[in-house]
Design a protein around this ligand. Structure first.
Ligand code: GRG
Length: 291
């Protein structure tokens, strides 16, 4: 198995289930459902759902019972992309190879679609096959990853860097990405362990997720410099234009690649055995990806 083949397998299942669950374009109020289908069904990699299902496979859990968790994480991720692209944030025109949602429809609908995706994610998460108290614990894991100590906190750090006494420090960049990118990626792999009540696996998967999250972001920084807009499906070169401090601006491309490789070695060391094949394959995908 390769990371790409696991992603292809997951994408087929996840895309079909998202399509089945989302109300049709002509459901009322139509602008909302058109927006939700446009953004959620756009061709994303489905990396986070692939992590959920890879962790479920490692733990020998029924994939169907964990599918709502995979979908929930993708809904939170999609909301964050919609809001990140808004004029008040990154003001982007292109996402997943298409016009961003606020350009395709309108800004108010894009804000509201992002708002709708968050409660929908928690609602769907509750459908996982697990004991009620474990589902509540999982809800808390996802809420924390999406909240002020996760996605939102990281996004605020990114938009409002503290520059007291000089430039942004390597440590600040690390914290920002641990929250903005790492928290949701970590939640994705940890959810199956929490839902099945396996504390030892949750600890290992937390370390795996933190390392993969950091390496994923480092690759994102490298692709922003070296990737191609057509392959990426979004604008490139933005970090340098905006004068952002990134792993590449701090360490150079080769230095950043070396840190990513170190992190991935940490991730690989956390999970063993034949059923860890998908988790291992996704580690390789993180450094090899071109979009
Ligand atoms: C608006 C609260 C809020 C947060 C926004 C997701 C995000 C935080 C910003 C997007 C910009 C960015 C570079 C985020 C880092 C995480 C990341 C690399 C997102 C892109 O994820 P992919 O590559 O995207 O998995 P696809 O489209 O494949 O799902």
């Amino acid at each position: 198995m390769t990371g790409a083949s696991w992603l292809d397998e997951v994408r087929a299942v996840v895309d079909a289930e998202l399509d089945r669950r989302l109300p049709p374009d002509d459901a009322e109020p139509t602008p909302l459902y058109q927006a939700l289908r446009y953004a959620v069904l756009a061709p994303g990699k489905r990396f986070r759902p692939a992590l959920v299902l890879a962790a479920a496979r490692w733990l020998d859990l029924d994939a169907d019972g964990m599918l709502p968790a995979a979908l929930a994480v993708e809904l939170i991720h999609t909301y964050s992309l919609i809001h990140d692209d808004l004029p008040a944030m990154d003001n982007d025109d292109l996402r997943r190879g298409r016009p961003t949602l606020h350009r395709a429809l309108s800004e108010d609908v894009a804000i509201l679609a992002g708002d709708a995706l968050q409660p929908m994610a928690f609602d769907w998460l509750m459908e996982c096959d697990a004991e009620p108290e474990r589902r509540v614990e999982a809800l808390r894991v996802l809420a924390r990853a999406a909240g002020p100590a996760g996605l939102v906190g990281g996004q605020v750090r990114d938009l409002h860097p503290s520059r007291d006494g000089g430039g942004v420090l390597a440590e600040d960049v690390m914290t920002l990405h641990r929250e903005k990118t790492g928290a949701l990626i970590t939640a994705a792999v940890v959810l199956p362990a929490v839902l099945s009540g396996n504390a030892e696996a949750a600890a290992r998967l937390t370390r795996y997720g933190q390392a993969v999250g950091l390496a994923f972001q480092i690759t994102d920084d490298i692709l922003d410099v070296a990737g191609h807009q057509l392959v990426m499906g979004k604008a490139t070169g933005r970090d340098a234009r905006q004068g952002k401090t990134t792993f590449v601006s701090l360490h150079g491309i080769e230095g950043a690649q070396a840190i990513a490789r170190q992190e991935l070695a940490v991730a690989l060391s956390q999970v063993h055995g034949s059923s860890a094949d998908a988790l291992h394959a996704l580690v390789a995908f993180v450094v090899e990806r071109d979009h």
